[in-house]
Design a protein around this ligand. Structure first.
Ligand code: FAD
Length: 392
């Protein structure tokens, strides 16, 4: 039994969806639309920032999906959706028709949220929250910084892509600085009052980096008021900080394609039915990954992969006139605190028929004195198997 499914966005969510749709029903025609010839992975990019891995290790090819599964990869950006006529319109005006559409466009930034920090400013004060030139720019700046300098990271309010990501980044930069520029400091100015895996991160920082990493809660510094990108200066309600390297991780929202297509609500993210990840605004359009609201799941590549599989199963069922199976989802996020030490957090999520929401079935995280070396081994194994699961 056939059917045309178009997947927009060839990141962790979209590539997984394309693969599993085809494997669950080889009769489907799958088109994957993504502007990049080669995808660049955010997982692993904090190591590249700290000079511990090169950019090449972040590249993911679509060749296997094309060759082994006959998935049509179209290298183009989607300009807009015509949901009435079930068509996707590409930048060059070409149109692609679908029976079901899967959107996994990732995030975009709320450029208006921080005074003084916009897309132009990010060309010299990087966010490095999408992998690519931004990652390389931040890596270069850290390498060029003098010993005794200050690296200032601003961490965004929730929800955002990869909750432990800013703290993993601080850890790995600390590893590099301790070795090469030991008089330097890292300051994290946080829009939040606590953060993911906080006890284990703070214990690791104390043990490995002394007082090199300092985390400041919004309770202490108040709001981030203004950024002077040219002067690399950050003003909070109560203080002014001048950095040698400034890394601003801005507040986030769903990828603008979702927003422009009328699939977001006032939160800036896409509300979905967690049984199928169908948009609450359009049963033929499914939204997965960072762009969707899947509380209490965090926005991670692991979550996007898990959601893609649930979504694929629901689409295959729906095209066959059957109801979606009951979903069970997992997130498991590793963070490296040094190249050979890692911590992790995990969650298993089910579906509650009573309120139509995802619910936590179980959770866990590395305790402050957990075995970080053993976890680093698991983290490396996960990186390998995850790459294989998504891109073959
Ligand atoms: P993405 O992977 O961003 O894919 C979206 C794709 O859509 C992009 O390739 C983009 O080009 C494409 N796209 C956007 N708009 C259009 C359009 N109009 N037309 C066509 N294509 C379009 N997660 C983990 O699980 N583990 C980790 O260790 C981890 N580490 C991280 C470290 C860092 C520093 C960061 C920033 C993130 C990390 N993450 C990690 C999070 C992870 O990268 C994201 O959660 C994941 O990429 C989400 O997948 P996605 O498919 O929603 O979006």
């Amino acid at each position: 039994s056939g059917g045309r499914v178009v997947v927009v966005g060839g990141g962790y969510g979209g590539a997984t969806a394309a693969r599993y749709l085809k494997q669950m029903n080889p009769g489907l025609t799958i088109t994957l639309i993504e502007p990049q010839e080669t995808y660049l992975s955010c997982p692993g990019s904090n190591e590249a920032v700290a000079g511990l891995g090169d950019m090449g290790t972040l590249a993911r090819s679509y060749d296997w999906l094309r060759r082994e599964l006959d998935i049509g990869k179209v290298t183009a950006r989607v300009a807009r959706l015509d949901r009435q006529r079930r068509r996707v319109i590409l930048n060059d005006g070409a149109e692609v028709t679908y029976d079901r559409l899967v959107l996994s466009p990732g995030i975009d930034f709320r450029w208006e949220a921080i005074m003084g920090y916009d897309e132009a400013a990010s060309r010299f004060v990087p966010h490095a929250w999408k992998a690519g030139p931004q990652t390389a720019l931040l890596a270069r700046q850290i390498r060029a910084m003098p010993d005794g300098g200050l690296v200032l990271i601003t961490a965004p309010p929730s929800p955002y892509r990869c909750p432990p990501g800013p703290y993993e980044r601080a850890s790995l930069i600390a590893y590099y600085l301790k070795k090469h520029k030991p008089r330097s400091k890292i300051l994290i100015l946080d829009a939040k009052t606590r953060f993911s895996k906080q006890p284990a991160f703070e214990q690791a920082w104390r043990e490995l980096y002394g007082d090199m990493v300092e985390w400041v809660s919004s309770e202490k510094e108040g709001r981030l008021e203004r950024i002077d990108a040219a002067g690399r200066t950050v003003e909070t309600e109560f203080d002014t900080f001048r950095a040698d390297v400034l890394n601003v991780i801005p507040p986030q929202k769903a990828g603008v394609l979702a927003e422009q297509s009328g699939l977001t609500d006032a939160s800036g993210w896409c509300p979905v039915d967690p049984l199928s990840f169908a948009s609450v605004y359009d049963p033929a359009v499914h939204v997965i990954g960072d762009a969707c609201q899947a509380d209490p799941m965090p926005k991670s590549a692991f979550s996007a992969n898990s959601q893609a599989k649930v979504c694929a199963a629901a689409i295959v069922a729906s095209l066959a006139g059957e109801p979606p199976p009951d979903p069970l989802l997992i997130n498991h996020c590793y963070s490296f605190v040094a190249p050979d030490q890692a911590i992790s957090i995990t969650g298993v999520y089910g579906y509650s028929r009573d309120d139509g929401q995802l619910i936590v079935r179980s959770t866990g995280e590395t305790p402050p004195h957990g075995d970080r070396r053993r976890e680093a081994g698991y983290a490396r194994a996960w990186q390998r198997s995850f790459k294989k699961d998504v891109f073959g």
